[in-house]
Design a protein around this ligand. Structure first.
Ligand SMILES: Cc1ncc(COP(=O)(O)O)c(C=O)c1O
Length: 434
């Protein structure tokens, strides 16, 4: 087995230098078990980022490992040209969990692919081209994904796809209209109409948004937001696409899908990340009526989409979720996490805001609560302290100052307490150094 130094040396030599690696000394991971991962030197870490919200039922979950191993021994690949039992069974299971009439699936291999598929569908269905996305949003790394993304840092080479416009973000902590909720009357939602009227042809194919922005730093819109926006979107001929890549599968508590907190049934829903506990799988769901719009419009295929092993892993993952990591569980453990983070906020002024839902909790770090100047140096310090204490967390936000806390959905209150203790020590050191 290679040591850390050898792996890091090869990383520098043979991988593109623009790979983003967390920590001054990146951690080459070796294996995982439940809530924990170990690096090649045997250091143990409590994983409260879940491989970017992907390890949804814990590392090396035995049921998922077994299902994937058995399927691997039977048939690894068949492509979408041949029907397969796992393919139809997962689609059937998701139809049971999805809201409204979202009954049909198109499986691909990533969140990027799922979002791209959704936009192609919306264009085919409506006959219109233009798409509205949100500022600060993130939709992936393809040309379309980067163009939908509302953060300059994630748009290498500029805007690639024309006809995508970005509306104001419902980011109450840093309101783009300098107003405060609820007195603002959710004025930011009306901006979607303004953008349609002033920057498009007046007819749109779709509006795409994450119910809670993931890479954006777990920005959580006010309760009225998506209802108002959906009405506007439908009025101008578009479909409402909810990107559930981070918020799906009970992550936000109470419901299987994040958008359900806003009492809205989208026309299209995309998902990936936590769907198969780490196996590459994306999915775009919609109604049969909308999906039928694709028929006769041209050919499409995904070679690795609907891969039987990834689907077997997904079926096993969802079975575990239903038993012990369902939305009620996430709501309960998430409330415990939220209360603990709010207690830290009372003690550490560097915590400007705690936000999110369920097991998707963010902390925006600021140098000063009045000026809200992003605490970028301090978040780097927090990362080194938490790493030294054996806790993995995530980062996000346009200013890079948002901590993302999203453990596997199987996390217990005891796991949360362990993380909170480490965060307490780490924040006290960061605050002391300010
Ligand atoms: C909300 C959202 N959509 C789409 C994507 C793209 O997913 P992937 O990295 O699997 O292509 C991501 C990835 O972080 C995401 O967070």
């Amino acid at each position: 087995m290679s040591d850390a130094q050898t792996i890091l040396e090869k990383q520098r030599r043979y991988l593109w230098p623009n790979h983003i690696l967390y920590y001054t000394d990146p951690i080459p991971l070796d294996h995982g078990d439940g809530m924990y991962v170990w690096d090649v030197e045997g250091n143990k870490y409590l994983d409260f980022f879940g491989g970017i919200l992907t390890t949804s039922v814990g590392h090396n979950r035995p049921e998922v490992v077994k299902a994937a191993q058995e399927q691997t021994a039977r048939l690894i690949h068949c492509s979408t040209l041949y029907p397969n039992e796992n393919h139809v069974n997962l689609a059937e299971k998701l139809a049971e969990l999805a809201p409204g009439d979202l009954q049909v699936s198109y499986f691909t291999t990533s969140g990027t692919d799922a979002d791209e598929t959704a936009v192609v569908l919306a264009r085919a269905h409506t006959g219109y081209q233009e798409v509205i996305a949100l500022r600060h949003g993130y939709s992936g790394r393809s040309a379309m994904g980067m163009s939908l993304t509302g953060q300059s840092g994630w748009r290498i080479g500029g805007t690639h796809i024309i006809g995508i416009k970005h509306a104001l973000n419902p980011y109450c902590y840093r309101c783009p209209l300098k107003m405060s909720y609820p007195g603002c009357d959710v004025a930011c939602a009306q901006d979607v109409e303004d953008v349609i009227k002033t920057t498009t042809s007046g007819r749109i194919a779709a509006f795409l948004a994450e119910p809670i922005q993931g890479v954006g730093g777990f920005i959580t819109p006010p309760p009225e937001y998506f209802k108002i926006v959906q009405e506007i979107v439908h009025h101008y001929g578009g479909l409402f696409i909810a990107d559930e890549v981070q918020t799906g599968f009970g992550r936000t508590g109470e419901h299987w899908w994040g958008i359900q907190h806003w009492d809205v049934v989208p026309d299209v829903m995309t998902m990936a990340k936590g769907i198969a506990n780490g196996f590459p799988l994306g999915n775009t769901m919609t109604t049969m009526e909308i999906a039928e719009s694709m028929v006769g419009k041209g050919l499409t295929i995904s070679t690795f989409g609907g891969n039987p092993v990834a689907l077997a892993a997904s079926l096993a993952t969802i079975e575990v979720m239903e038993k012990e990591a369902n939305p009620e569980h996430c709501a309960e453990v998430g409330a415990h996490l939220r209360a603990g983070l709010e207690r830290l906020q009372e003690r550490y002024p560097v915590i400007g805001e705690v936000r999110g839902k369920g097991l998707m909790q963010g902390i925006e770090m600021v140098k000063d609560r009045k000026t809200k100047e992003p605490a970028t140096k301090e978040i780097a310090h927090l990362f080194e302290e938490t790493k030294a204490l054996g806790l993995l967390i995530g980062k996000g936000g346009l200013y890079g100052n948002a901590v993302r806390i999203a453990p596997p959905l199987t996390a217990t209150k005891e796991d949360v307490d362990e993380a909170l203790e480490i965060l307490d020590v780490a924040f006290s050191r960061v605050q002391e150094a300010m």
